[in-house]
Design a protein around this ligand. Structure first.
Ligand code: ADP
Ligand code: MG
Length: 590
């Protein structure tokens, strides 16, 4: 039922809450305390669901994921001082992932600034390096306008993080003059509208020409395309043009993995041999090997479709299409069709080159190899066996689950093995920054914004540990989240101290003997993580075999009851740093 906003107080709390409600916010994540406790209640009075987490870091990850999943900036509420500092974890992660997030924090009283006030902190300075926009509401009447500006900044152009600071005396202040309230609230016209700009026609024509002439064209789908909800237009473009594609980890599912055009399993060949790559909603950063040789061919021509391309990426591209992924894909398909007879291929160069068939053959070979590896049932459990069981249970679901994965080996293996991804915005992981500890927050957000889907968080024991207390949040809101902890007793797995000493000795380097402390990578072996979920009334199960895992997971998915499955993984199954071990120092050196 509609809420009669005119019958509400006009204090700072309600001015914030009403502005959010009018902007279309339906969920808010955070941790309450002085001076924002009543702000959370005001939000609830305005019909916003407030998800109260156990620390601001997890709440910030949740809010950021909600922004990505819904397209409306996620909202994070924190207290002053330490709350802001913890919240910066979420703020910075959203900014680096190009996800829209607005963090709202209370700050100390204006007339106590500089006097050592309670939780005093120069919060605007603290958030400075991690946001697109930051501002303070210096009067109660400033609140709606400041919030509207933050939302606009977070969602327009390249999405990212924005920060709103509200001193505690302003939150408590009331605007008595009704005309002044109306005037202030006029700053929020209604639900946030995110622009979907079309790229300029001349660029689109140039891109179409380049693609037509390409022998080995490739589409790269990034998480920006997922955020843009460009699945309709991109799928149409790929299918109509017969354009092979690769998806980044969180760009998966925008064009479904089970398409014959999907080249994910032939990634090295696709990158290394493509002559023209249309990159949509992805940056040419470390994850795409900077767009450089040798992973890409040295003659590669990039067509970059991005709402706000960086200068470096634009400089690497033959054609830059500044615009929305969906609008741009539609325009590009229209340009490819322009003047073409209905029965001629839209990409004649590719049709004649055998590129598609070559990729398909490579994909088929890779899949056969993988199937052979996955057929084996290991005991103690390894990544392949565990993830095969998880995959098969996921693939039985009538509606695709949202799958979160993090942890070095867990995430790398899950990317390859948990397939196919057939729906957009169905995968969440450590992302551009490689942020570990995001999983529980992401899972909470997914369950809140997509209540009809199951959420499965496949977590390394290390990654899970960053925010394990969020099991209480999952239980309190009774969210259909199943956390699968891949428990190998440490970071990367077993104790490698002796191995490391042997490597040093082999290199002729000296070291003290084996330290008596546990290895820096070690945790308590066989930790009973499942008891954490039991502690809060959810279900906890410890499993050691494939059959036990399958039974526990099936029950979790069918019951939709908060569950933690603690999987005993062979401590020797993982490798240091997962598949980015090339980033480590050379063996033997320091
Ligand atoms: P990935 O990690 O999947 O490679 P990145 O995070 O590197 O993706 O890149 C996401 C890109 O998507 C950013 O450059 C961002 O500007 C862009 N982007 C965000 N929204 C849109 C949109 N609506 N249309 C096109 N590009 C977008
Ligand atoms: Mg581990």
């Amino acid at each position: 039922p509609a809420i009669d906003f005119s019958k509400q107080p006009n204090d700072g709390y309600f001015l914030v809450a009403r502005a959010l409600a009018k902007l279309g916010v339906r969920h808010m994540f955070g941790v309450i305390g002085i001076p924002v406790t009543q702000l959370a209640s005001a939000a609830q009075a305005c019909g916003i669901r407030f998800i109260s987490c156990r620390n601001e870091q997890a709440a910030g990850y949740a809010a950021a994921a909600a922004g990505f999943l819904t397209g409306v900036p996620g909202v994070l509420l924190t207290v002053s001082g330490p709350g802001v500092v913890h919240g910066i974890a979420g703020l910075s992660n959203a900014q680096v992932n190009c996800w829209p997030l607005v963090m709202i924090s209370g700050s100390c009283e204006q007339n106590e600034v500089g006097k050592g006030a309670f939780q005093e902190c120069d919060q605007l300075a603290a958030v400075g390096g991690h946001v697109k926009w930051a501002g303070q509401a210096a009067t109660a009447a400033d609140i709606p306008g400041t919030i509207a500006q933050a939302f606009q900044a977070a969602a327009s152009g390249r999405p990212g993080a924005a920060y709103v600071d509200i001193p505690s005396n302003i939150l408590m202040a009331s605007v008595d003059d009704l005309a002044a309230v109306q005037q202030a609230e006029a700053a929020v016209a209604g639900p946030l509208s995110v622009p979907r700009p079309a790229p300029p026609a001349a660029g689109v024509a140039a891109a179409a020409q380049l693609l037509r002439g390409a022998q080995r064209p490739l589409l790269v789908v990034g998480k920006g395309a997922g955020y843009a909800q460009a699945e309709g237009p991109l799928r149409q473009l790929a299918e109509a043009a017969g354009l092979p594609f690769l998806a980044t980890a969180m760009g998966r599912g925008v064009v479904p993995d089970d398409s014959p055009l999907c080249a994910n399993a032939a990634r090295s060949m696709a990158l290394g041999q493509a002559d023209v790559a249309l990159v949509v909603g992805a940056r040419l950063n470390w994850q795409l090997h900077f767009g450089e040789a040798p992973r890409w061919s040295s003659g590669i021509k990039f067509i970059l479709l991005d709402v706000e391309p960086s200068e470096q990426d634009a400089a690497k591209s033959a054609v830059v299409l500044r615009g929305d992924a969906g609008t741009g894909a539609t325009a590009l398909l229209a340009a490819l069709r322009q003047g073409q007879a209905a029965d001629t291929p839209l990409l004649p160069g590719a049709a004649a080159s055998g590129w598609r068939a070559g990729l398909q053959a490579k994909v088929a070979g890779a899949r056969d190899k993988l199937a052979a590896k996955m057929a084996r049932t290991a005991f103690p459990l390894d990544y392949h066996t565990t993830l095969r069981v998880v995959r098969d249970e996921l693939n039985r679901l009538p509606k695709p689950a949202v799958v979160v994965s993090e942890g070095a080996n867990t995430m790398d293996n899950a990317r390859v093995l948990l397939e196919p991804v057939v729906a957009p915005r169905s995968r969440l992981d450590a992302g551009t920054w490689g942020t570990m500890g995001v999983g529980p927050g992401y899972a909470i957000a997914a369950a809140v914004v997509a209540p009809d889907r199951n959420v499965v968080a496949v977590e390394g024991d290390s990654a899970f540990g960053f925010s394990g207390m969020e099991c209480e949040t999952i239980c309190r809101y009774n969210l259909p989240v199943c956390v699968v902890v891949m428990n190998n007793g440490g970071i990367y797995g077993g104790d490698r101290r002796e191995q490391r000493l042997r490597e040093l000795a082999a290199a002729g380097l000296a070291a003290a003997g084996v330290p008596t402390d546990p290895a820096p990578t070690d945790f308590v072996p066989q930790s009973k993580y499942h008891l954490l979920m039991e502690a809060f009334g959810g279900k906890g199960v410890a499993v050691a075999t494939a059959d036990e895992l399958q039974a526990a997971l099936r029950q979790a998915l069918e019951s939709r009851c908060p569950t933690l499955i603690n999987v005993a993984i062979d401590p020797q199954a993982g490798v240091e740093s997962g598949n980015v071990h090339a980033f480590n120092a050379p063996k033997g050196g320091s």
